[in-house]
Design a binder for this molecule. Structure first.
Ligand SMILES: Nc1ncnc2c1ncn2[C@@H]1O[C@H](COP(=O)(O)OP(=O)(O)OP(=O)(O)O)[C@@H](O)[C@H]1O
Length: 425
């Protein structure tokens, strides 16, 4: 009988931690990173320089297995525990099942051999092909990647090709054994925008032509918007936010994501004279706070951000219609953080609660509030589901910060979490 069980992700990473030991000090680079990549999915790993993107990729590829490097966590790839494989098993997997393309193909290719020789070798290392068969496949692959005159180009050395052609040759080499997962570490950074667009187009076609999934590492939100199905935002070695690209761009939930997006010049409407910038710089790994790493630079920091990282919410992004009895407008703006206040909804509401007989359940909402005369943000919004029955009463416990004077002009609620309340919420 056919079942509707969703297929497991191609790569499932849980609590990945990477640290380096230097002069007796343990430097945490990546902390408790979790994400998954489905079949033929393109996941964008985005973050500023030094946030740990390349270290994450290298750890998954088993390329930073050296004294002083500590990698822990769990990474399941096609049913195998990636981090538990021996060097020999990893070498057999690398190139054949998981391939990587690097930011600068000039340094990734060996300068003393021709491009064709290097792709031939990759093919022959994983498949039993003769030299002639390997070269035929190499020329085919270069042609598929849009390299003009592939037979002659195969006989050239890396320095004899333009940056765009070198990157195409690098992708051809990575795809030579038809890998299920391609890790592309900033593949377009060194290229001009026209060639960049062609390479991104090529990446998008990989999943249909080769059935590959892609982990695309970049610091360019434009590249993410154009190419990726889903996005993971990394900040100082920790996941700030994850979601489908469309949802994350339309409704950023983490202040860091929102600030990154706000710093992109708008395509429509008047261009601002000055783009908003995030003040300060990310913390050094050894100075990373125990709470939210973004707190020192965040406009919305409050006491509960400091002792521990804020809980992460699954994105449901369900728009909630507030009941008529809920005071949506005219909530006074306090001059500082107000003590917890309550919005009571006295009438049955339209939100169906997840109901478990005998158990308790909770809903967590994210809320945008517009304040007359200034910007504001409701914080700690926790509906308290007193009677967990459909149609039961609910109330909102809220606290908010604001900039500028005036009273609240309106509140928009979106349900972002269903289930047990995370401990820190
Ligand atoms: N072998 C190493 N030993 C010690 N520290 C390292 C090592 N490799 C990387 N790091 C540190 O790890 C941090 C993350 O580096 P990583 O290269 O992953 O950043 P990134 O997000 O990819 O940045 P970029 O976009 O500039 O490539 C940096 O602070 C870097 O100095």
């Amino acid at each position: 009988m056919p079942t509707n069980t969703p297929s497991p992700p191609l790569l499932d990473v849980h609590d990945l931690c990477v640290s380096f030991t230097s002069r007796g000090q343990v430097i945490p680079i990546v902390e408790n990173l979790s994400f998954s990549i489905g079949e033929q999915e393109i996941l964008g790993l985005v973050g500023e320089s030094g946030s740990g993107k390349s270290v994450t990729a290298m750890a998954l590829m088993g390329l930073i297995d050296a004294p002083g490097v500590h990698v822990s966590g769990f990474a399941r790839f096609k049913g195998q525990d990636l981090l538990g494989l021996s060097g020999k098993q990893m070498r057999a997997l690398r190139g054949r099942e998981i391939a990587m393309i690097f930011q600068d193909p000039m340094t990734a290719f060996t300068p003393v051999y021709t491009i064709g020789w290097q792709i031939d070798e990759q093919l022959r290392a994983h498949q039993s092909l003769s030299r002639r068969q390997a070269r035929t496949r190499t020329v085919e692959l270069l042609g598929e990647m849009g390299v003009p005159d592939p037979a002659n180009t195969a006989n050239r050395y890396p320095h004899q090709l333009s940056g765009g052609l070198r990157q195409r040759a690098m992708i051809a080499m990575a795809l030579s054994c038809n890998p299920s997962l391609l890790i592309a570490d900033e593949p377009t950074t060194a290229l001009d925008v026209t060639v960049q667009a062609q390479i991104l187009d090529l990446m998008r076609r990989l999943r249909t032509t080769y059935g590959s999934s892609v982990l695309l590492i970049t610091h360019d939100m434009g590249v993410v918007a154009e190419t990726c199905d889903s996005t993971l935002v990394l900040y100082s070695g920790r996941a700030a936010e994850t979601g489908t690209t469309q949802d994350l761009f339309a409704h950023p939930q983490h202040p860091y994501t929102a600030a990154l997006l706000a710093s992109i010049p708008p395509m429509n409407g008047p261009r601002p004279t000055r783009l908003p910038a995030i003040p300060g710089a990310p913390p050094q790994p050894l100075e990373r706070p125990t709470g939210c790493a973004f707190a020192p630079r965040c406009t919305y920091t409050h006491a509960s951000c400091l002792p521990a990282p804020p809980p992460r919410f699954a994105r449901l992004a369900r728009r909630i219609r507030l009941p008529a009895c809920c005071p949506r407008k005219g909530i006074p703006s306090p001059s500082a953080f107000a003590p917890a206040q309550h919005l009571f909804c006295e009438k049955p509401h339209a939100v169906p609660f997840p109901h478990r007989a005998g158990g308790s359940s909770s809903l967590i909402f994210r809320c945008n509030a517009a304040f007359a005369g200034g910007k504001g943000c409701l914080q700690d919004l926790q509906p308290q589901t007193r009677a967990n029955t459909p149609g039961g009463r609910w109330r909102l416990l809220y606290r908010y910060a604001r900039r500028g004077a005036g009273s609240c002009r309106g509140i928009r609620l979106r349900q972002v979490h269903t289930g047990a309340l995370p401990a820190a919420a």
